[in-house]
Structures are given as structure tokens and as C-alpha cells.
Design a protein around this ligand. Structure first.
Ligand code: FES
Ligand code: FES
Length: 166
């Protein structure tokens, strides 16, 4: 039997019919055609499926869809604003912080959350915070550079993005 859930998805109120075993990741991909978050381990171990639910990073592969009722969901698709990339997205692009891109959605959302909490993290703090997000292409050096770059962009307001994203 399916249950109706009402939640906010990237700033818009939405409704979905979900079964008790559906994951949030499946619902986003199958009902809302948001393919940024992907499944890899399906065990909560790799961070590829990371989503932000009401301000908290969650593993979309384990988060059961009925639990999303009343929550606010942010996916990587919800980060850009009026056609402009979020500074973290822009920095990943500029620093070539990906190869295959499979991990990138989760990396970007986790990096955004890190910078929300700690706008100027040290390299050790970045490594510690991002430890649950695995990149099989081993682009870690570029990912750390991108997070540092995003931190600078947000700090200096380059391209006027500071006002838009704070
Ligand atoms: S696919 Fe969800 S943590 Fe790996
Ligand atoms: S860029 Fe390929 S897994 Fe990270």
C-alpha cells in the first residue's frame, strides 16, 4: 500500500506516492527525474547518494521515503540560482575536481554543508568532514582545492555570489 508524502523539494512544494520500502533516492530519480544523486554501495558507506534533508546530510540510499513527509530536501540540482552555479559547483568545475563525476553530486552537497558550518576550514578539517564521501577516481587533491576555492569565493563575494548565497 502506498502513502502520500508532502515535502519541499529544492524550494517547491511537492507530493509523491511512496511505498514503505522506497528510498528517497529512488523517489527523486524515478518520480522527479533528478539524477544528480546516484546509488553506488547502497549501504550508507560511500556518500555518492548524499542529499540534504532539513539541513542535514543523509544517505539517500538508506533514507526511507515515507520519512520525508514535511521535510525540506535539497539536491545538487537545487543549488544553482537563476542560471548561476553555486560557488561550490563553480569551484568544482574550475578546479577539475572530478573525473567520471559519479561522486560529484554528493561531494558538492557535503562541501556546501561543510562551508555552511565552517566558512574557512583547514585542510585537515576538510579531510575530516568529507571522510564519508569516497571518490573512486581519487580526485581528492582537486576536491580539496575546490573546497578551498569555494571558501574564498564565498568569503570575498567574487562575481557577487556572496550576497546571493548567504
Ligand atoms: S550509495 Fe548511499 S552511501 Fe553509498
Ligand atoms: S570523480 Fe569518479 S568517483 Fe569521483
Amino acid at each position: 500500500m502506498k502513502k502520500q508524502v508532502n515535502f519541499t523539494l529544492n524550494g517547491k512544494k511537492v507530493t509523491a506516492l511512496v511505498s514503505s520500502s522506497d528510498t528517497l533516492l529512488e523517489v527523486l530519480r524515478n518520480q522527479f527525474h533528478l539524477y544528480g544523486a546516484r546509488e553506488s554501495c547502497a549501504l550508507g558507506l560511500c556518500g555518492v547518494c548524499t542529499l540534504i534533508v532539513s539541513g542535514n546530510p543523509v544517505s539517500g540510499c538508506l533514507y526511507l521515503a515515507p520519512m520525508v513527509d514535511g521535510e525540506e530536501v535539497l539536491t545538487v540540482e537545487g543549488l544553482e540560482s537563476e542560471g548561476e552555479l553555486h560557488p561550490v559547483q563553480q569551484a568544482f568545475y574550475e578546479k577539475n575536481a572530478f573525473q567520471c563525476g559519479y561522486c560529484t553530486s554528493g561531494m558538492i552537497l557535503m562541501a556546501k554543508k561543510l562551508l555552511d558550518e565552517n566558512p574557512n576550514p583547514s585542510e585537515e578539517e576538510i579531510k575530516d568532514y568529507m571522510a564519508g564521501n569516497i571518490c573512486r577516481c581519487a580526485s581528492y587533491k582537486q576536491i580539496i582545492e575546490a573546497i578551498n576555492e569555494a571558501s574564498k569565493i564565498l568569503d570575498t563575494g567574487t562575481n557577487g555570489v556572496k550576497a546571493a548565497y548567504q
